[in-house]
Design a binder for this molecule. Structure first.
Ligand SMILES: [Fe+2]
Ligand SMILES: [Fe+2]
Length: 171
């Protein structure tokens, strides 16, 4: 994408990448799992994608939007309920980036940058920092979204309905 990107173009791209994942991966399964409060992992990932885009756009950062948006959507693609009593979920905070990355590699043919975004989004909890600025942005957007969800201050972005109605709800 050109440097002189408009917010409308970014919104269109957000819908495009989300609907592509909805159609071609198990991404819609994330609607079945709760992230924080009453927010599903799906809703959380849409918010993280939108916040990442807002940060990059507002700060006029030269980023690869497509990869950043895909990485943001897939950053929590671990596909299980982390609130379950299953002993394997006990270290969820540390282990889920790796699981999400394995799933994304299997289902979404991710690039190196997308792998970086997914693997390192929990920094500094997981010790290896992000490598790309796109991964740093998603790492920050994730923390901002998680905080808003935890204190019940969530407002879903306008694009959420567009993605929802054109992919999941109609099927
Ligand atoms: Fe996460
Ligand atoms: Fe997250």
């Amino acid at each position: 994408m050109e440097k002189e990107v408009t917010w409308q173009q970014i919104e269109e791209l957000m819908c495009e990448v989300a609907m592509d994942l909805n159609a071609n991966t198990q991404f819609l399964k994330t609607r079945e799992f709760i992230q924080h409060g009453d927010i599903s992992v799906y809703e959380h990932c849409i918010m993280v994608m939108e916040k990442s885009a807002k940060l990059a756009y507002t700060l006029k950062l030269d980023v690869d939007y497509e990869k950043m948006l895909r990485g943001a959507l897939l950053h929590d693609y671990f596909l299980y309920d982390w609130h379950d009593n299953d002993p394997s979920h006990r270290l969820h905070g540390f282990s889920h980036p790796k699981k999400a990355c394995e799933n994304a590699k299997r289902d979404a043919n991710i690039s190196k940058m997308e792998e970086d975004i997914i693997k390192h989004h929990m920094f500094p909890l997981t010790i290896v920092p992000p490598k790309s600025k796109e991964a740093w942005i998603v790492c920050m957007a994730d923390k901002m979204s998680a905080t808003m969800e935890t204190i019940h201050l969530v407002k879903m972005p306008g694009i959420y309905k567009k993605i929802k109605y054109s992919s999941y709800e109609e099927s």
